[in-house]
Write a protein that binds this ligand. Structure first.
Ligand code: NDP
Ligand code: BG6
Length: 503
């Protein structure tokens, strides 16, 4: 039997202020990959920790025909395969007791009709008081119609919250149109646009590092920082998602959302408090200040065949479902400038890609060199500039590269690392981002979700980049799987007399 929430050591790492109100969570797209791999395992983790409301039910909805029992059996297997905790029958039963599946045709205008009876019977059986969380784990094209239908049938009692998966639109125009459709029926406080990177512990820790420690903020600017490097490297390929990825590419899949959020959190001014709008106001200012990079400052790539972690893998064009001569990029590197007083002329070099040498998401803050090393010639040859490295994943933690004297006679200086590892400092494994985000949405806390204006600023930048890509045909593939991307990526930083952080 787990301990009550407030004393349970498993809760370390999750912010617990209160239990969410009773509610029903409706997942549209319940037959999909995300539901099985992320959403249900995250809900199970919340059930293990007794963080879900006492009165709670789940409806899985999709077009695929499935009965309640088959859905539950599939979700139970998903928990066994993907949850971070060992399987516990009692925790599963707490989750499964109010679980139903509804087969829906999304585009026929009857989606909410199909749900109505199930919602009403669950309200009656579980006392969920008409409160609803609708999770849209469906392609963006399916969202617009659904939000309208739900609004039309909106119950008179209870609150409503919409959680919307990425990608939110395909470009600025479609994102604006989707925002307009949503805003016709809902207030911004009812809308929770997911960027799961914001739910990662280490991304939130960036805020703690910057704003809970007096030592960093005075030096967090152009006077002391030479440049910033952000890497979102994945060793996996497209994992059978060609239909989506062919349309998205790395620029829409990672740059538009996860990457720009990492830039915003690194560059933002201190918010006056940690309420949703205060934090998001500061992030929007950064996004607005990002100068559109010219063609020379953006490099794109696509992987060819190669070896990743010792295994031979095929090239992107050979992946199932990818067009033979596809020009979809699987890699992007860019040099960005945040044009404000804090960051003017300080480059943010960013890169992201699939089938790179290994999985690694890092933010590296490279400080300027000491102005005058008073040591004998050659003594500090092995010394590199100070770097504060935030390991977002894996091996979550922070490392500071400093110069230290090599023990022994004379004065020789070398770079050493001071490391803080999450695993060593805290007892509990890190919660998955979706645990945090689903719970926050149930609690009505939008701090870790993207606001409509943030999304639109992100798309404006992507549209500008994609605009000049249309002028030429890239010579793809231009990097071998298992490497760190195309040569152009190195050239981008070498031109400035810098290089990507060594791996
Ligand atoms: P899948 O393709 O595996 O599943 C999509 C789901 O949406 C299915 O349940 C499908 O069900 C339903 N669906 C598909 N097309 C339509 C349509 N035109 N109208 C209504 N429903 C439709 O996708 P994922 O589960 O991987 O992704 C779902 C969403 O989450 C996407 O927006 C994706 O970008 C996002 N996402 C996914 C991640 C992942 O790791 N998988 C990571 C981050 C975001 P049915 O055909 O039965 O109706
Ligand atoms: C998703 C992208 O948003 O993020 C995927 O659609 C990518 O392509 C994934 O693999 C990476 O997430 P994480 O949490 O594994 O870094």
């Amino acid at each position: 039997m787990s301990a009550p929430a407030e004393t349970n050591p498993l809760l370390e790492g999750l912010r617990i202020r209160r239990r969410p109100d009773p509610c029903i969570l409706v997942i549209f797209g319940a037959s999909g990959d995300l539901t099985a791999k992320k959403l249900i395992p995250a809900l199970y983790a919340l059930s293990v920790r007794r963080l879900l409301p006492d009165r709670f039910a789940i409806i899985g909805a999709a077009r695929t025909d499935e009965g309640d029992d088959d859905f539950k059996a599939r979700m139970k297997q998903a928990v066994k395969d993907h949850a971070r905790d060992p399987y516990d029958e009692e925790a599963w039963q707490r989750l499964a007791v109010g679980m139903k599946y509804v087969t829906l045709e999304f585009a026929d205008g009857k989606a909410e009709d199909g749900l109505r009876d199930t919602l009403a019977s669950l309200d009656a059986e579980h006392g969920t008081q008409g409160n609803r969380v609708y999770y849209f784990a469906v392609p963006p094209s399916a969202i617009g119609t659904l939000v309208g239908e739900i609004a039309e049938r909106r119950a008179t009692e209870g609150w409503i919250r919409l959680i919307i998966e990425k990608p939110f639109g395909h470009d600025l125009a479609s994102a604006r149109a989707l925002n307009a459709q949503i805003q016709e029926h809902y207030t911004e406080a009812e809308v929770f646009r997911i960027d799961h990177y914001l739910g990662k512990e280490t991304v939130q820790n960036m805020l703690a590092l910057r704003f809970a420690n007096g030592i960093f903020e005075p030096i967090w600017n152009r006077q002391f920082i030479d440049h910033v490097q952000i890497t979102v490297a994945e060793s996996i390929g497209i994992e059978g998602r060609a239909g989506y990825y062919e349309q998205a590419g790395a620029i829409r899949d990672i740059f538009q959302n996860h990457l720009l959020q990492l830039v915003a959190i690194t560059a933002m001014e201190p918010p006056i408090d940690f309420y949703a709008d205060s934090v998001r106001n500061e992030k929007v200012k950064v996004l607005k200040s990002i100068h559109t990079p010219g063609p020379r400052h953006v490099v794109r790539g696509q992987y060819g065949p190669g070896f990743v972690e010792g295994l031979e893998v095929q090239g992107y064009r050979e992946e199932e479902g990818v067009a033979q001569g596809s020009t979809t990029e699987t890699f992007v590197a860019a040099k960005l400038f945040v044009d404000n007083w804090r960051w003017a002329d300080t480059p943010f070099y960013v890169r992201m890609g699939k089938r790179l040498a290994r999985r690694e998401t890092t933010i590296a803050i490279q400080f300027k060199r000491a102005p005058h090393p008073p040591f004998e010639e050659g003594a500090a040859e092995g010394l590199r500039p100070n770097v504060l490295l935030i390991h977002v994943q894996p091996n979550e933690g922070i490392s500071l590269a400093i110069g230290a004297k090599v023990p022994g006679q004379g004065m020789t200086i070398r770079t050493v690392h001071m490391d803080f590892l999450y695993g060593g400092a805290f007892r509990e494994g890190l919660p998955d981002a979706y645990e945090r985000l689903i719970l926050d949405a149930m609690l009505g806390d939008a701090t870790l979700f993207t606001r409509s204006d943030e999304i639109e600023e992100q798309w404006a930048l992507v549209d500008a980049i994609v605009g000049f890509w249309q002028r030429d045909r890239p010579a793809f593939p231009n990097y071998a799987a298992g490497t760190w991307g195309p040569v152009g990526s190195d050239e981008l930083v070498h031109r400035d007399g810098r290089s990507w952080r060594r791996h």
